[in-house]
Design a protein around this ligand. Structure first.
Ligand code: PEP
Ligand code: MN
Length: 342
C-alpha cells in the first residue's frame, strides 16, 4: 500500500505508521518530499488492515497497489476459466459465445415449452426463466416457485436445453440447486454475503449478476466470496447499473465492464441487454456491441406473447424477433471466434 502523510505531519506520526507496518513484516520505502512524505509498504494486508493505517493521526490517504480480489484475479490465474456444462456448451475462453434465452418468469408449462423450442431452434443453448422472482412490488407476480422449477426440468428433458434459474434465499438453495444447471444470483442479491457463501459450498456453476449500483471492484469481490467459500465455477453477468437518466433506458448497460473484467479477472462474462436497457428495440444493437466487446455469452428475455407477460414484457423479444436477431449475431459470433482462435 502507499501511504501519503498530511503536509503538516510530524516525524513522530510518520514513525508510528512505519513502526506499525514494520512490526507486521512490511518492507518500507520512505520518500520524503519538500511538502509531503510518501510511504510505500509491501506486505500482507491481512496483518494490517489499510483502514487501521488510514485512521492514524497525520495520514492523509492510503492507496492499495494490488486489487483486493485474489482468486478471481488475472494475477492468480493467467488462463481464462472455462465453465464446461456439457460437450458442446462451454462458457469462457475462446469458446463460441453461449446464448441463454427464455422468459423473465416461468408462467406455464405450455408457454415455456413453446418459447424453449423456438429459442433452441434459433441457436440458444440454455433456457432462462425465473421461478423465484425478485419483484420491486409485493403486488406483482412473485413466481411459481417449485412448480416453476418442475416446468423447467420437464422442458429441459424435452428439448435438451440446459437451465439457468435464480435463487433468492439460502433456504431455497438446496431445491434450486437440484433443478438448475446454472444457479443465478440476481442483481439485488449480489452482496447477500450469506447467499454467496452458501452457493460457494456447491460445485454447480453460479451466474452472478452485477448489483444495480455496484462498482466492478465490488462485483469481483462478490465473486471472490463464492470462490473463497469453495466454488470456482463463477460466471459474471453485466446487466446494467443505475444511470443518471431512466427516460430512455431502465439501466445503463456498462459494456466497458466486459474488457475491464477480462483484463483483471479470468472469469467468463455474460451480458444481459434485456435488464441492461429495459427496451425491446435496444436488445439487438446492445447484443452485437456486447459480442464485439468480448462477451462470452448473452442472456436475453424472450416471450411467446410479450404483451401478456407476467413480468418484463417491454424488454422481451418475441420468438420471431429473437430468431431474426440470432441470424445476425451468428455472423459476429463466427467472426469473433475465428479471430480469437487465429
Ligand atoms: C432476471 O434475470 O430474472 C433478473 C431479475 O435480473 P436482475 O437480477 O439482473 O434484475
Ligand atoms: Mn426480467
Amino acid at each position: 500500500m502507499i501511504i501519503v502523510m498530511e503536509s503538516g505531519a510530524t516525524q513522530e506520526q510518520t514513525d508510528k505508521v512505519v513502526n506499525r507496518l514494520k512490526e507486521n513484516g512490511f518492507k518500507i520505502n520512505i520518500n520524503q518530499g519538500d511538502v509531503l512524505t510518501v510511504i510505500a509498504a509491501i506486505g500482507d494486508k491481512r496483518l494490517v488492515q489499510p483502514q487501521s493505517i488510514a485512521s492514524l493521526d497525520g495520514v492523509r490517504e492510503v492507496k492499495l497497489i494490488q486489487e483486493p480480489f485474489k482468486m478471481a484475479s488475472r494475477e492468480s490465474q493467467k488462463h481464462d476459466t472455462v465453465i464446461e456444462l456439457s460437450e458442446d456448451v462451454k462458457i469462457g475462453g475462446n469458446n463460441r459465445p453461449v446464448v441463454m434465452a427464455g422468459p423473465c418468469s416461468v408462467e406455464d408449462y405450455k408457454g415455456l415449452l413453446e418459447i424453449a423450442q423456438a429459442v433452441k431452434a434459433a441457436g440458444a443453448k440454455i433456457l432462462r426463466g425465473g421461478a423465484f422472482k425478485p419483484r420491486t412490488s409485493p403486488y406483482d407476480f412473485q413466481g411459481l416457485e417449485e412448480k416453476g422449477l418442475e416446468y423447467l426440468a420437464k422442458v429441459r428433458k424435452k428439448t435438451g436445453l440446459l437451465v439457468v434459474t435464480e435463487v433468492m434465499d439460502t433456504l431455497d438453495l438446496p431445491l434450486v440447486e437440484e433443478y438448475a444447471d446454472i444457479i443465478q444470483i440476481g442483481a439485488r442479491n449480489m452482496q447477500n454475503f450469506k447467499l454467496l457463501k452458501a452457493v460457494g459450498k456447491y460445485r454447480k456453476p453460479v451466474m452472478l449478476k452485477r448489483g444495480p449500483a455496484a462498482t466492478i471492484r465490488e462485483f469481483l469481490l462478490a465473486a471472490e466470496h463464492i470462490m473463497y467459500a469453495g466454488n470456482p465455477n463463477v460466471i459474471l453477468c453485466e446487466r446494467g447499473v443505475k444511470g443518471i437518466d431512466s427516460t430512455f433506458t431502465r439501466n445503463t448497460l456498462d459494456l466497458a465492464a466486459v474488457p475491464i473484467i477480462h483484463k483483471y479477472s479470468h472469469l467468463p462474462v455474460i451480458v444481459d441487454p434485456s435488464h441492461g436497457t429495459g427496451r425491446r428495440y435496444l436488445i439487438e444493437p446492445m447484443s452485437k456491441a456486447a459480442l464485439v466487446c468480448g462477451a462470452n455469452g448473452l442472456m436475453v428475455e424472450v416471450h411467446n406473447n410479450p404483451d401478456k407477460a407476467c413480468s418484463d414484457g417491454a424488454q422481451s423479444l418475441t420468438t420471431e424477433m429473437f430468431a431474426k436477431m440470432m441470424k445476425s449475431l451468428n455472423m459476429i459470433m463466427d467472426v469473433n471466434n475465428q479471430e480469437i482462435s487465429a
